[in-house]
Design a protein. Sequence first.
Length: 237
Amino acid sequence: MPFSRELAPKLIPDSEALTSAMVGIGMGFAAAAVGEPNIEDTMFFASVEAIDRNDLRVVAMLVSWFGVHHEWVHADRLTKLVLANGSERSWALWTALAKWQERDRRYARMARHYRGPRLDLLASGAEFQIRRHGEDPRFEGSCLRVPANLLRDRSSDVVSPEQLARRHRTYHYRLMMGTSYRADCWAALESEPTLSAAELARRTYAAFATAWQVKRDFAIVGAPRRRRPPRVPRTSG
């Protein structure tokens, strides 16, 4: 059976599972974390919860998290995931977030996608709030109008890159190797070395060729790293 590459998850998490996944990538909700969830899947489903279901807590947390960690997000896959599966409002949210981080050129395609009229984050009362407080500077001039003081933005709401690298293997390898499918494949093999190339590709959304190459390279250098170093005899004197 030939390998068929997919870029979207097959299962949609329920609210409880999504909250645990968001905690797993470093968002400060009061819930137990699931271990090492897929970063882009979690971000996409969080944006659906945030913008399509009008959950301002999730909007605030997602924006704060993106401000800290955008450099280590797989921008190309996230863009494809949003464009293929998102609503118009989610396109607007991600276009606005990409414009906010426009210095990171990996988000250039996403920043150009939504071309419709400006949308209000609030279902009602946005005009009054903006006249009173102005616009949130992170969204000012973008396709999404967000009143200032609406979204909580505290550094304590999200973990730092150093903290997330200690608890999330994929994030750790993205810091070491650069944000790429290769880094994701390597992290997956560290966790489960017996994965076949096809299963490795499916779990990480990578191309089969990338997964095969990583599995080959891991076999070369992985085994020696797992061996205990030889003991050095003590010398007297």
